[in-house]
Each structure stands twice: as C-alpha cells, then as structure tokens.
Unconditional design. Structure first.
Lengths: 170, 758
C-alpha cells in the first residue's frame, strides 16, 4: 500500500539487489522477476539517466508501479547481469550510426543516408536544430520523424567524411 | 484495400505466389524492424481468414526507371484469425513491438517498428479484432490516412500536417511559385521592368559613345562626325542623365511595390498561422515563428524587389554588351566570353557549395540565440529567485559566441575568396587588353575599339557580380520561401467538416466513446476513455497531475481530434458540428488564463465584443472580479497585459471566468479555474457558478475535491484511463481511487488544523 508509507519510505530509492530480486526472461523476450514472494510479469526497465549513466539508476516497473531501483548494474553478475543488459538493449533500441553517405536538405527536412549497426537506412529529420542534439559533450543523438532515435557516441572520432557532411547542420 | 499503407506491386506478387489474393486483403500495415531489431520491411495484412506476415528487403526504384519498388522475400507466415486472441502494441522507449496473443494462451512477438507507426498499428489491431468478431468498421474516421502519401512517388509525407513531398518539390518549383505570387503585382511590376530596361540600355550605350564613337569618329580626320566634340559630348551627357533619372524612378517605384508586397505576405503568413490548429504552435517555438514572419518575409520580398526586375535587366545588359563588343572585334570578344564563362563557373561553384552552408550556419545560430533570449527573459523571476544571473550570462554568452563565430567565419571566408576571384578576372582582362593593344600597334585594330572593349570588360563585372550575389541570396530566399510556403501550405489537423451541422441550440449532452489521444507519436495520453455527461448537470473530473484531464477538455473543445473514438454533443460528432456553433456553445476557463493587452472591459468581452457594459459588470460580479477591478484607479478602463498593470494569478483567473460567463455558453468548462484563488474567493465563485448552472452543462476539473462538492457526477481519470465514475456518495462507498484521494485531502486538512473542510 503505497500511500501508507511514511515520507522517508516514499522518498528512499527502494534499492533492488541480487539479494532481493531474481530476474528471468520468457520465450518472447519479456522480463519477469521474483520479488517479495511474488512473480511479476512483463517488467519494464527505465533508465533514470539514459545518457550520463546508462548502467546506473535503473527503475524497474511492474504494471505502472515502481518495484524499486537498481542503483548499479554491476551489483548483478553472470546470467542475471546478461538478462538485464539484454532487456535494456531491447527497451532502449538505439541503433548506432556508423557512417553517413549523404546529407541533403529538402524543404526543411534533412535526409541522412546512413549505415547503422542495424542495417542501411535513410533517416528523415524534421526541424534539425532540435532533433540533432549533443547530449554529453561528444554523444550526438538524432531523432527522426518516425520517433526513432540513433546515436553517434564518439562524434569527434566519427568518420571524417561523414562528419564533414553533417557539420553544416549542427 | 485503402488503409493503412499501400502495398507495392512486388509485395502483392510475392503474396500471390503464396496463394494470397490481393482482393481479399482488408487492411495492411508495414513494420520496419524484425524481432531482432535489424532493418527489414515487414508487411502485415489480413483477409477474413488469416493474418499474413511477409518480410523482406524493399528497395526503391532506380531513378527514372518505370518499375516500382523491388522486394526480396525473406520470410512468410500466417496466423488464422480464429486462433488469435488479441494483438498487443507494446511501446518501448524508442521503438514499439507487436505481440500476438493466441487463444491457447501462447504469445508470439511478431515484429518491431518505429514508435511513430504505433497509432497506425493500434488502428490495424482494432480493425483485425472487429473483423474477427464480425463487427462493422467505420472507415470514415481513417480519412486522413488515405492522403498520407505523395501522389507522385508514393512515399509517405514526412509531415502529415504539411502534405509536401520533399522528394518531389524542388527549388525550381519554389521559383515558379514565387513568380506566380509576383503575378499579383503584374501592372506595377511591368512598369518597373520597362524603366530598368530603359536605364540599362542607355548605360550600355555610354562606353560605345565615349570610346568607340569619340576616338574613331570624332577625333579622326575624314570621319562624318569629325570635330563635332560639343555635339557628341552633349549626347553622352544626356544619355548619362536619362539613365540616372530612370534609375531614380526605378528606385521610387520599387520601394512602393516592395512595401506593398511585404505587407501582403506578412498578413497572409500571419492569417495562415491563425488558421492552424493548436498542435502547430505547440510543435514550433515562438522564436522560430517570429523569425518566419520577420526575416523570412524580408528575404522573399528581396526576391520581388531585386531578383525579378534585375535579372531581366542584367541579362539584357550582358547580351547587349556582348553584341556591341562583337560588332567592335569578334576575336577579342570571344576571348572575353571565355574568361567570363570561367569566371561565372567559379562563382557558381562557390555560391552553391560554400555560401549556402555559411548562411545555414548563421541562420541556425541566430535562431538558437533568439530562443535563448526569449527563454531567459521569460524566466527572469526564476533566474532572480535562484540567483542564477551569472549562469544565464554564460549561457547567453555561449550561444552569442556561436553566432559571432558563424558570422566571423562566413565573413572571413568571403573576405578571402571575393578579392581572389575578382582580381583573377581583372588580370585576365588586362591580358586581353594587352592583346588588343598589340593588335592596335600592328594596325589591325582602332584605338577607340580598344578603349571601348576595355571599358566593357569592366562593365561586365556588374551584371556578373549581380548574378553571383543572386545565387548567394537566392539560396537564402529559397530557404525562406520554403519555410513561408510551409506556413501557407500547412493544413490544420482539425478541419471543419465539408458539410457542417448547424446547431443553433444545444442541450449539452456530451458523450465520449473510446477516445484515444496522443500528442507525440507513440506516447498516448488517453486510452479508450468513454463516459457520458448529462445536459444541464455539473460533471467533475478528478485525477492526479498528468492524468489526462486537461487533454479531455482540449478534445471537448476540439483543439485536437482524438486519434481513435469520438466525442459528440447531443449525439452529433464534434467533427461534424460547425466550428462557429461549437465555439459559441462551449466556454472555457483554463488553467493558464491569458490576458491580452487592452482594458479589463475589453478582455472580459473578448468572445462577444458587442456585449453591453451592464453585461460586463454582471459577469465580473459573478466571477468575483468586480471588487478588485474597482480597486484599480482606472476601474474597467485599466490597461492590463504587456506594458500595462500586471494582475495576480487569481485575478487573471477571475477575469477569464468573467470572459467565459459573458459568452453565455451552453457548456461551461472550468479547468482548474479556481486553483489560484483563496478558499473564500473560490466559495464566492462557486455560488456564482451555482446560479449559472441552470440550463447549462458545467464540466469542472479540480485538484481540490472541495471545488467539486456540488458536482452531480464525478469521473476519476488515472494514467489516461477512466478509473471510476459515479456520484460522490457512490464513489465513497466504492472505496476506490476517489475514496483514497478524498481521505488524503481530508487528512491533510486535519493535519494543518483546518477541520473537515474537504
């Protein structure tokens, strides 16, 4: 009963550790867990700091309620760690742009012909001043019109020709 | 199969090869990822028997080829409809997933897709389940989906509000459209063109008279004009004077036309904005919209003012100059022609490759700086409260620095390239002059011809320079024009029905049926909300912040249309009601009450300017605003808003309540209308609202449950879903969400010693 908790209880992180929760994956890739004597199905993981600390502060939700927070993924090891990392990769589907073959602006839309680690794709970006953003100093995040996101993690080490094509729009 | 995506012929053929006939398929959607997250084109379609999934790689047709998209099949599977229990669209953070639930309890993840397609998949799911259960499907509600594709290339429009295909729209079509706009000023524009043509023709004649005619005819013995110095000099002076005078006239006429065109364009851009739905303004920043009205219109008017008339005039100058040069010496002219062509080529490459980039950078930097400026100035109260002036200074310094850098880099670039290009031309000109001089020494060329050719070489610079400047500015203008056209073309997402139903009177029965809505693709705010509001009753909506209460209100006022489901008043769908009637019958007092610059009286009668002063005062009294208005020295004439007296949050709310009351709407919506008021004022207003209740439907949203004590019916919204509905007593008895909220607020009041006020 959420509302009966006192303030300290509500405001505390509710840390999840290998000692109090056990994760498992079902055949369709959904994450389940044993927690406080109950089996929770179809859990969702949400990163609190998806860019600045992707492996820390991960909120675990079941049916819209937060079970608790994994403060550091490194507390888990072996199979449990792998299950969590897979689930995060699945939930935060974020293809990495490997190179940009062309960047063209057509009627205020920016078209990027890219090679990504998920295959080739032509991205269409609207309002590129807000949809091409540096999150940390060197991570460029691209959002396209279909609601997808892509990343270029080491922009300053990104392929030189690609950078030259993109620089005009940054 | 009209919805939701077009299946390419190659995919249809692949399905046909597997015994699935195109004609039997009902609905189709397309996913862009396989279950592992690799890019793959997956088509899902169903007929009355089964759901078919075919995946493979789609390749767009080669340019200019007549063939359509090619499709290499990787996998095909089908699921009989009667084994399917449900389809589940699972939204992840940056992508979504489709999961099939079977009647035997099994599940299967079929594919993944971009989040933006989620709404389409939801509709597909709806259609599939309805078909399976033999229910009817109302296709009229998918109207927008049909024209979501470019008629020319078949690709989906990137922006559904704009219906412009970037692949099929090019700069030449922008030019054509600009010229078409120019047609509106035909008469005056043609006068301007004639004047500038006249001026340019005279200007071309001057070097011919002053060099060729003067040296070869006036100063040479035996020629017909020999010795007629005064006559020829007078002729040259007169030509110069006439050319200058017509240039002056050109300037005057042009400024008149220019200002007119600018005014017209600004007004039409502004009216286009007013026509658009609220969603447009939410998605664009005010700073960028201001740039459009301001700078972009300037850039386009430059096109009207300079480009069209001058292009004509300068082309005539170029042609005329070359013909005169040819008549003087064909060989030398050919050399000049070669040099000029090379010169123009270099200019073209420069302006198209580099200048566009520099201008783009400056534009982006300006926009960023202006946005930061607006941001900081609007947030001054918070900046001061947290003493963050230094940080804001730094922030502004940083974006201003970006702009300085962009400006500087661009200027340095032009400072380096411009003189290089011009000097090379001058050097080439000097070489030609040398050759001419050598020809003159050997006697095959006249002195007058040589000086005239040299004068013309220098004269050519002006028109060529104009074309260079133009191509530089032209990219700027094309960019601006495409943004303005975006504004002019944007069609409102909320459109009045072609056959609107007029409703002179309404009872005020409101009914929501299976309403789903999202602001951003893939992030639904309301899921399948259904409830009925009885006319003439007070209906309360309760829920936590962010539950979707205000969104319900926005949908009731038709600021947006629901993605799925419908809302009706007295049984008529909102989408069919005439917009003017709808606005007249619904009055809203929203959370953020905006006060326009003007007197308080004018603000109160904003919705009904013809209201009498008696009505204004009556409304102000009902809204408990009369007292504070009379406390102002200027009373109802007090100027409020930008530059006027600033009102407190509670005062602003009272003015906007009065504004809604004076409209005499049949449906009055109060969205946290009394949140910024103290309890006493709220009581007063509630009394007023009680008196208004007669014959009126009142919908009230409130955090404080005490505000809703008189509601006949209450709906509790939680996470975008309807959690409970009933009267206060029913909900208390149910001991659900409402009971919890009620008890929490009571406890809080007891805690601060306020007794059982709630």
């Amino acid at each position: 009963m959420n509302r009966r908790r006192d303030f300290r209880e509500i405001a505390s992180l509710g840390s999840l550790t290998p000692g109090n929760i056990v994760f498992s994956v079902c055949e369709n890739g959904f994450l389940n867990a044993e927690f406080e004597g109950k089996t929770h199905r179809r859990l969702t993981l949400n990163r609190m700091l998806p860019y600045s600390a992707p492996t820390r502060y991960i909120s675990v939700m079941a049916d819209g309620e937060e079970l608790g927070i994994i403060e550091d993924l490194s507390a888990f090891s072996g199979e449990q760690r792998r299950v969590l990392e897979d689930a995060l990769r699945f939930r935060y589907y974020l293809p990495r742009i490997l190179c940009i073959r062309s960047a063209k602006e057509k009627v205020s839309f920016l078209y990027l012909d890219c090679e990504t680690d998920a295959g080739d794709k032509v991205l269409c970006i609207a309002d590129f001043t807000s949809n091409l953003r540096f999150l940390s100093t060197d991570t460029l995040v691209v959002s396209d019109i279909e609601g997808n996101r892509y990343q270029i993690p080491d922009y300053s080490h990104f392929d030189r020709a690609s950078r030259k094509r993109l620089d005009t729009f940054l | 199969m009209k919805f939701f995506v077009k299946m390419p012929d190659s995919v249809q053929a692949a399905l046909r090869a597997r015994g699935v006939l195109q004609d039997s398929l009902l609905y189709c959607v397309k996913a862009d990822l396989d279950a592992q997250g690799q890019y793959l084109d997956v088509y899902l379609a169903f007929d009355r028997e089964s759901l078919h999934c075919i995946s493979g790689l789609e390749r767009p047709p080669a340019k200019k080829s007549r063939g359509g998209v090619s499709f290499t099949v990787q996998d095909y599977s089908y699921y009989p409809l009667d084994t399917i229990q449900s389809l589940d669209v699972v939204r992840q953070v940056y992508a979504a997933q489709l999961v099939l639930a079977f009647t035997d309890g099994g599940e299967k993840a079929i594919c993944r897709f971009s989040l933006g397609f989620a709404a389409q998949f939801e509709k597909f799911k709806d259609c599939l389940l309805k078909t399976k259960n033999g229910e009817a499907i109302d296709e009229t509600r998918f109207g927008d989906e049909k024209d979501a594709f470019c008629a020319k290339c078949g690709r989906q429009f990137p922006d559904q509000e704009r219906k412009v295909c970037p692949h099929c729209l090019d700069k030449s079509s922008i030019l054509k459209r600009l010229l078409k706009m120019y047609g509106a000023y035909k008469g005056r524009a043609s006068v301007i063109m004639l004047v500038i043509l006249f001026s340019e023709l005279l200007a071309i004649a001057i070097p011919f008279l002053s060099s060729k005619v003067f040296y070869d005819n006036v100063l040479r013995e035996g020629q017909p004009l020999y010795g007629q110095v005064l006559y020829v000099v007078a002729l040259i002076a007169l030509t110069g004077l006439l050319s200058a005078l017509s240039m002056m006239l050109y300037g005057i006429l042009l400024s008149k036309l220019n200002m007119q065109a600018m005014h017209d364009l600004r007004v039409s851009a502004f009216s286009s904005m007013q026509r658009l739905s609220l969603g447009f303004f939410i998605s664009k920043r005010t700073g960028s919209l201001m740039t459009r009205i301001d700078n972009d219109v300037d850039s386009i008017c430059w096109f009207f003012a300079d480009v069209v008339p001058q292009t004509l005039a300068k082309s005539v100058t170029l042609l005329g100059t070359f013909s005169i040069m040819f008549s003087i010496h064909a060989g030398l002219t050919l050399a000049v022609l070669a040099v000029s062509a090379a010169f123009m080529g270099v200019l073209y490459v420069f302006s198209n490759k580099f200048q566009v980039k520099y201008f783009r950078r400056i534009h982006v930097a300006t926009r960023k700086r202006n946005n930061t400026l607006v941001d900081t100035l609007n947030g001054q109260r918070v900046v001061k409260a947290f003493a963050r002036e230094e940080r804001e200074k730094e922030r502004f310094g940083s974006v201003n620095g970006d702009m300085r850098r962009a400006d500087m880099e661009s200027n340095i670039f032009f400072a380096k390239t411009d003189p290089t290009i011009y000097n090379s031309y001058q050097i080439a000109g000097a070489v030609i002059y040398c050759i001419g001089a050598w020809l003159a020494v050997t006697g095959s060329f006249t002195l007058g011809g040589l000086t005239a050719i040299y004068a013309y070489i220098n004269r050519l610079l002006d028109p060529m320079d104009f074309f260079m400047q133009n191509s530089k500015n032209w990219s700027k203008c094309a960019d601006a024009a495409s943004r303005i056209f975006e504004l002019l073309d944007a069609s409102p997402t909320v459109r009045e029905s072609p056959r609107p139903v007029s409703m002179p009177q309404v009872r005020g029965d409101i009914s929501l049926s299976h309403v789903t809505f999202e602001y951003e693709p893939g992030r639904p705010v309301l899921h399948d909300v259904s409830f009925d509001v009885e006319g003439g009753k007070m209906f309360g909506i309760v829920g936590k912040t962010g539950a979707g209460k205000s969104t319900i209100i926005s949908l009731m006022c038709r600021l947006y249309d629901p993605m799925n489901g419908s809302i009706s008043i007295d049984g008529v769908d909102l989408r069919d009601i005439a917009a003017a009637d709808l606005r007249r019958h619904i009055g809203v007092v929203s959370q953020e009450s905006y006060i326009f610059t003007g007197s308080i009286a004018d603000n109160i009668r904003y919705a009904r300017p013809q209201a009498t002063m008696d009505e204004v005062v009556e409304a102000a009294r009902a809204a408990a605003a009369h007292e504070f208005i009379m406390a102002q020295p200027d009373g109802y004439d007090t100027v409020v808003g930008v530059g006027g007296v600033s009102l407190s949050g509670g005062e602003r709310q009272r003015v906007s309540i009065a504004r809604a009351i004076i409209q005499r709407p049949s449906i009055l919506i109060l969205d946290e209308a009394t949140a910024a008021m103290d309890t006493q004022t709220e009581r007063k207003i509630q009394l007023a609202i009680d008196s208004l209740k007669k014959g009126r439907t009142i919908i009230s949203i409130a955090h404080r449950l005490s505000t809703l004590r008189d509601a006949d019916m209450l709906a509790v919204i939680k996470n975008g879903r309807l959690e409970e509905i009933g009267t206060h007593d029913e909900l208390i008895r149910r001991k659900g969400e409402y009971f919890d909220l009620y008890r929490l607020q009571n406890e809080a009041l007891k805690f601060i010693g306020a007794g059982d006020e709630a």
